[in-house]
Design a protein around this ligand. Structure first.
Ligand SMILES: *Cc1c(COP(=O)(O)O)cnc(C)c1O
Length: 408
């Protein structure tokens, strides 16, 4: 069991014995579904009729002119239903839950986006739904909590630990152990025990397949570099996947937070603070102290604020196939403003990390180069954080009040 699902030295399946049969069942059902053309057709059909696939590839004409360097293309995952790439994964897992005849789904969520996507899928497929969310994240992402509840999900506040995503993951795992006969755990990113990393990456690979076809149609050649932000790693693997065998540079951008030297970041692969360890069901690279305790992470983007990262990406770093960089909160907010003003696009703060790193590197490139940036989601959900960052005192008071509500 533990030997399956390894990517180099990373991955595996480190779970309590009681979960073995559930994980085994999931791996089998996914294995069969992946080979079944009927399943693939059903999956693609629901994404094109219910979400917005294929999502467009937008030529960023104004940014291209502004930088006077490479031609800039943006893959528009923000146009998916519920506003991010998350739905690609969640609808796929929903179809698998139905195949396994499980009437209930649970999920953990950080930014709230995965919770909203899961609650949406559950409503559509008629499944019961429970979402675990850290209390700090609940305060930061109030609108997402509101919508999950309207969609019929039960949102359980997690008061343990740092009250962030990693604490919500522990709670969700506890629930799964208790209710595994009736419940499928919809993991939100390419992490966790096998088969989750492979399965989530497979569902997200639709992003790269489309993007590759689109850029070949528009430009007749491949991009020089592809940029994606890296939280758990699912949108990055989704777009990178189509270019692994091509001479295309792949750049994963992590949360540099307040700076790599402050310790307040979530740069697991791009800083020296990440170390190999086992947590949340897999062997990977985690931000931890010398005793192996998980560190606090920091990012202006809740969706990148996670101590671990996909074992698939950790392995691709070791192989030298993907380069990892970090963008600081400040760089990200600047890049965000530039994208809004120049293109009228509103990227999520997570996605703005990919833009920030691309903008830093544009001076190294020339007019013959093409870059592709994955806009993983839209920024509407970040309204409070952005207003706060740009120093609007009215909003600051509003946010403090909301946070106090959840602490009560
Ligand atoms: C959740 C989220 C991310 C981070 O998750 P990955 O698995 O790394 O893709 C990035 N962007 C947006 C918009 C998100 O909602």
């Amino acid at each position: 069991m533990v030997h399956r699902g390894y990517y180099g030295e990373f991955g595996g399946s480190f779970i309590p014995e009681v979960l073995f049969s559930s994980i085994e069942e999931l791996a089998d059902v996914f294995g069969q579904a992946r080979e079944d053309p009927g399943f693939r057709a059903e999956y693609e059909n629901i994404l094109s009729t219910y979400s917005c696939r294929p999502t467009p590839l937008t030529f960023a004409e104004n940014l291209t002119r502004y930088f006077g360097s490479a031609r800039i293309y943006i893959k528009r995952e923000d146009l998916n239903h519920t506003g991010a790439h998350k739905l690609n994964n969640v609808m796929g897992q929903g179809l698998l839950a139905k195949r396994m005849r499980k009437p209930r789904v649970i999920a953990e969520t950080g930014a709230g986006q995965h919770g909203v996507a899961t609650a949406t899928m559950a409503a559509r497929f008629g499944l019961q739904c429970t979402i675990y969310m850290g209390m700090v994240d609940m305060a930061r992402q109030r609108p997402n909590v509101f919508w999950m509840e309207r969609l019929g999900a039960e949102v359980v506040p997690v008061r343990d630990g740092t009250r962030l995503l990693k604490d919500a993951i522990n709670e969700a795992l506890r629930d799964w152990i208790t209710n595994m006969d009736t419940t499928h755990y919809v993991l939100g990113t390419a992490c966790g025990p096998h088969p989750f990393p492979e399965m989530v990456a497979w569902f997200q690979s639709i992003i790269g397949r489309e993007a590759r076809e689109q850029i070949m149609k528009y430009e007749g050649r491949l991009p020089t570099r592809v940029y994606a932000c890296v939280g758990g790693g699912s949108n990055a693997l989704g777009i990178f996947n189509a270019f692994f065998n091509d001479p295309v540079a792949l750049v994963g951008v992590e949360a540099g937070g307040q700076g790599l030297y402050t310790g307040k970041h979530a740069a697991r692969l791009s800083s020296r603070d990440g170390a190999v360890g086992v947590a949340h069901g897999y062997k990977g690279c985690f931000l931890q102290d010398r005793d192996g305790q998980m560190k606090q992470t920091h990012s202006v983007a809740a969706g990148l604020d996670y101590v671990g990262v996909s074992p698939v990406l950790a392995s691709l770093k070791c192989k030298g196939r993907v380069r990892f960089e970090a963008a600081t909160d400040e760089e990200v907010l600047k890049a965000f403003s530039l994208v809004v003003r120049k293109e009228g696009l509103v990227p999520a703060l997570e996605s703005a990390h990919a833009f920030a790193q691309a903008f830093k590197e544009l001076p190294d490139l020339c007019g013959h180069d093409i870059i592709l940036i994955n806009q993983s989601g839209r920024g509407d959900k970040d309204i409070f954080t952005i207003a706060d960052a740009f120093g609007d005192p009215g909003w600051q008071a509003f946010i403090k009040e909301r946070a106090a509500e959840y602490d009560a």
